[in-house]
Design a protein around this ligand. Structure first.
Ligand code: SAH
Length: 245
């Protein structure tokens, strides 16, 4: 990290503005602090392959907060979300930093990663963040987790069909699932149509996203229409091994 990076987050701030998100100086400083912790922990825990400051601003921070394009204003103000397979905190931490009124749950199956997320929560003094270690297939059966969230996020965890099974059980009826994908997600979405329907969801929209210094992206947005049948998600590993059709 260079000295300039400690104080400058120009790409983040201007890119956020292009997305319609105004970040205060204090918020920009929190992102810089997040970067410092990410870079420090990444030397012993594999959190990200991307460590260059400019790339982190676009590929991690801006890509994460582009999810705001899919969400109603009241959800951004005071809604709840879960980030399934959060890893180094994407998209959950950037969303929490940009929209501090949201209640946030970060979930990952790897304890080293959730240790980082818990550390970050303390270091940045964030409120209303819960960090859970475990598989989505298991935690989606917990009463305080199932169908509790206004939004379920997932980025870079699995294909849409498998992800639908790992996310839709967490969303409340009437809530949303937002998946960060590459721009050409059409084939994946097509393969997932049956799974989405079986799990009580429907495809609401695919939002194209253009960000500085990054290839085009897309947000795949599902809406939860009916409760998910208790047989889903299936046991750990099954959603990816044998995606619903
Ligand atoms: N969302 C982050 C991390 C992606 S890597 C990002 O975009 O950078 C995928 C992460 O999902 C890993 O940290 C892995 O531990 C976690 N993961 C994969 N399958 C999971 C499951 N079934 N339940 C919980 N976490 C899972």
């Amino acid at each position: 990290m260079t000295a300039a990076a400690e104080t400058q987050a120009d790409l983040l701030v201007s890119g956020a503005e292009a997305l319609g998100i105004r970040l205060t100086e204090a918020q920009a400083r929190q992102f810089v602090r997040y970067y410092a912790e990410l870079a420090r922990w990444n030397e012993r825990v594999n959190l990200t392959a991307i460590t260059e400051w400019e790339a982190v601003q676009s590929r991690h921070f801006l890509d994460s907060i582009s999810a705001a394009l899919a969400l109603p204003a009241e959800t951004l103000q005071a809604g709840s979300f879960i980030d399934v397979g959060s890893g180094g905190g994407f998209p959950g931490i950037p969303m929490k930093l940009a929209f501090p009124g949201m209640r946030c749950t970060l979930l990952d199956s790897t304890a080293k990663k959730t240790a980082f997320l818990a550390h970050l929560r303390d270091a940045l003094e964030l409120q209303d963040i819960s960090v859970r270690t475990g598989r989505a297939e298991t935690l989606a059966r917990a009463l305080d987790m199932r169908e509790q969230f206004d939004v379920a996020f997932a980025r870079a965890v699995a294909e849409v069909a498998a992800l639908a099974e790992l996310t839709l059980p967490f969303a409340r009826v009437g809530g949303l699932v937002v998946m960060h994908k590459k721009a050409d997600a059409a084939a994946e979405i097509e393969r997932a149509q049956g799974a989405i329907e079986t799990l009580g969801g429907c495809l609401r929209e695919v939002i194209p996203v253009t960000l500085p210094k990054l290839e085009d992206r897309a947000l795949v947005v599902l809406e939860k229409r009916r409760p998910t049948h208790e047989r889903y998600p299936r046991r750990p590993g099954m959603p990816s091994k044998r995606p619903l059709t």
